[in-house]
Design a protein around this ligand. Structure first.
Ligand SMILES: *Cc1c(COP(=O)(O)O)cnc(C)c1O
Length: 305
């Protein structure tokens, strides 16, 4: 990965290579911690803006609430810390990774309410997560042998560190089998989401996405629903099966990292014409225009540096 200069850790901007934690950091052992993935883009007027920063930090705060740990800062201070970290690194465009973790102290499981809770914010340059070719032409996806977890096993509304064991096993499995991303089904066998992306399909002009019960409530997902609505396309939140994806006209993933990435095939069944369809393309174009500050009606989604 491309390094930046400083990482904000618990009140200080620390040089990148010195941003270390103790090996007995509680979160490192047990996974109770929360993080966010946010992007800052260079806009057409030359300024840089962070996309939906407040919503991401609100979700970080809520993830802590769900996990039962005390988020050390409120949303507003965290917002300032993120902006300060980007400025200190002199980056025009970057990925932003805030992390709230349970620091070292006691090792018992109940230590989440005794040990200090720390915040770190790292930023670094990161291009298209699923590749420029993926954005332009779509990616090859397979149904994972791993399921998304039951709603009472983990907490689907939290973007929690430990949840990513599930995502990483599915992602590595898919890549070893020659695919670019995995689709995870929920415990009832319905399509849920990618390892770090929400799923949409278009069939006979109707757009569907799985309801939020079993998936992370993605901020890009919510943005896509709003943008499509403004384009006169209604999105229905309802369950569907993997074979409905096989026969869909279009499918795409949304996520801060993946942005709007078309799905070209699922389990080697070509979806639609096998290239991005009109609904996907129009959404993608609008999304990229919005994040680059070209759409004043969506300006409240942008926090300028
Ligand atoms: C982060 C994440 C997403 C995408 O959420 P955004 O807010 O759009 O970045 C989707 N699914 C999972 C499991 C995630 O962790």
């Amino acid at each position: 990965m491309e390094k930046a200069k400083f990482i904000w850790m618990n009140g200080d901007l620390v040089p990148w290579d010195e941003a270390n934690v103790h090996v007995l950091t509680h979160t490192l052992h047990y996974g109770v911690g929360a993080f966010e993935g946010i992007r800052c883009y260079k806009c057409e007027d030359g300024r840089s803006a962070v996309f939906r920063l407040r919503e991401h930090l609100m979700r970080l705060w809520q993830s802590c609430r769900i996990l039962g740990i005390d988020c050390p800062y409120d949303v507003d201070p965290m917002l300032d810390i993120c902006l300060e970290t980007i400025r200190a690194n002199e980056l025009e465009e970057c990925y932003i990774r805030p992390l709230v973790y349970v620091a070292a102290g006691q090792m018992g499981l109940g230590a989440t309410s005794e040990n200090p809770i720390h915040l770190s914010v790292a930023v670094w340059p990161w291009g298209a997560y699923l590749g420029d070719d993926g954005l332009a032409n779509g990616i090859r996806v397979c149904t994972s042998t791993y399921q998304r977890y039951h709603v009472n096993t983990f907490m689907t509304k939290a973007k929690a560190c430990g949840h990513y064991v599930n995502s990483i096993m599915a992602s590595v499995e898919a890549q070893k089998a020659g695919y670019q991303e995995a689709l995870l089904l929920d415990v009832d066998g319905y399509a849920a989401e990618g390892c770090g992306e929400n799923l949409f399909i278009v069939r006979d002009g109707k757009v569907k996405t799985p309801p939020i019960a079993t998936v992370l409530e993605g901020i890009t997902r919510n943005s896509a629903i709003d943008i499509l609505g403004d384009q006169g396309v209604k999105v229905v939140e309802e369950r569907f099966t993997r074979d409905e994806v096989y026969i869909a006209d279009e499918a795409f993933f949304t996520g801060t990292a993946a942005e709007v990435t078309p799905v070209a095939s699922l389990d080697d069944r070509v979806i639609g014409a096998g290239k991005p369809g009109p609904v996907t393309k129009r959404l993608q174009e609008e999304y990229f225009a919005i994040i680059r500050g070209k759409r004043p009606v969506y300006s409240e989604w942008l926090t300028y540096l």
